[in-house]
Design a protein around this ligand. Sequence first.
Ligand SMILES: Nc1ncnc2c1ncn2[C@@H]1O[C@H](COP(=O)(O)OP(=O)(O)OP(=O)(O)O)[C@@H](O)[C@H]1O
Length: 589
Amino acid sequence: MGCVFGKQSHPPSSDRRRRSKTVASPRHPRTRRRRSRGEPSTEISVVNAVDPVVDVEEKERPKQPKQKARHTGDFSVSIPAPERRRTPSDLNQQGWPSWLMAVAGEAIRDWTPRRANTFEKLDKIGQGTYSNVYKARDLLTGKIVALKKVRFDTLEPESVKFMAREILVLRKLNHPNVIKLEGLVTSRMSSSLYLIFEYMEHDLAGLAACHGIKFTEPQVKCYMKQLLSGLEHCHNQGVLHRDIKGSNLLIDNEGILKIADFGLATFYDPEQKKPLTSRVVTLWYRPPELLLGATYYGVGVDLWSAGCILAELISGKPIMPGRTEVEQLHKIFKLCGSPSEQYWKKSKLPNATLFKPQQPYKRCIAETFKDFPSSSLPLIETLLSIDPEERSTATAALNSEFFTTEPYACEPSSLPKYPPSKEMDVKLRDEQARRQRGLASKVNAVDGARKAKVSERANRAVPAPEANAEIQANLDKWRVMTQTNAKSKSEKFPPPHQDGAVGHPLDASHKGPLSFSATDTTFGSSIFNSKSSESAKNPGPVVGSSRRKKTNKDPQRAPSRKFIRGFKPSLIGLSMDFLFRGKSEVIRS
Ligand SMILES: Nc1ncnc2c1ncn2[C@@H]1O[C@H](COP(=O)(O)OP(=O)(O)OP(=O)(O)O)[C@@H](O)[C@H]1O
């Protein structure tokens, strides 16, 4: 941060915005974030005069920061005339900048911002799609904290609102298994905002990716108990998290698990349901109703993700690593069975006609997970119910026999003390290994290196790849073209104001899912084996946004895109079976 002065050096931002709108697809798959990825359009130069907190990013910011188009929903957000220059007089009495007061007044009510110069930034410890996270020392208390620097565009009130929603949600929650927002930091003239959190040493994805860590049954129960307790609190407070996955489950050195990253969370009222976007939750953990386009949903979405995590913790690998929405649904149907006739009728899901298989798929959770502890199966069956209502509640899950039969959950404090294992650490380790392999491959022939790369990636990346956007866009087009009564997209999907998170595509969280031992052989079932080998042959997208872009051009990924492009209105009436068959044929070729 430092002492930061605003300096106007760009052409009017509307120009840049116009340009950027042509860049991003309105159906960009990363629904995850509705916040802008673009830097504020007022260029900032940094003079680190007073603050001990040096903002590396601001120092290194390029002269012409690229702006990505922002889509709050299925459509671009209209943006009001930009404010040009910020001065200290923009701060109100408490020290909040006016742009924040104007749009996010409620989120910061009764709080006073901390000054940047009261923290010492120590290390970058995490990177999300819309944030960088730093380890820092609070110079007033000496405590180590995590500072999450949120990227958003002050000139786009919508993007500030999304950030404000995250703050509002966090302020409403107060539970040992939910990350606590301890305050906010603003710097005088810059438009950055930092969220102050308690510092957590690990995340479950990172731990799970550590070689040699295989959780025991009491340990799995311990983590699951904490996850479900945190979820129970969120749901009781009327909050849906909508992105439960390993890298969002932080763990401290005392073994305490806390649910983090509420950037996609929303308030909901089960008594007065409002339409919400279906384009949330990282693909591998996304429940079938969202893949089928549900806009009225509830706690079941988080419980499904919790079910995926439970099975993953026991098995040692992600259970349904799909690369596209179609493939994800296929994996779900193969494992959990396709929805019953009754459910298709009752749910009236937007994509039902398209995705309903001609031949129903049989549920085979018990056979697939036959080696799992027997008390875990009823809970997995419940959490992975196709009908969200059958998933029940976090409270019911906590009372299930999984937790009431021996061996019981261990105490968090008895969990092993792990070395630093942030997902970021794992990424860096992998990158280093890849580089080394690259060198080795020069000596050992290209082929061998490619194989190693494939097997290493197979279990890790969580895609909600750009192909998803494409498929959704095609499905929408197709629906419009084929339904006599076709509704417009805006009618099918709630407009942004109905759900702050609508439709801004969920770009794969490049966060790796839990990836435990790749050599796990616990599963005898053909379903599991086939899945694993499929992933191994067709590795998921690589981690990290820049690389993700590259992978779109990766021939390994092309088949699904090719398939999607070839998806014509004339396919109406062809079943999901056909779609799956067609897809796998293309993949094989
Ligand atoms: N309180 C914390 N203590 C330690 N590390 C943290 C903390 N909060 C976040 N991190 C690290 O930073 C990473 C990114 O944080 P977070 O998930 O909140 O950001 P994000 O931009 O919302 O990410 P994503 O793109 O996954 O949604 C986390 O995976 C984690 O490793």
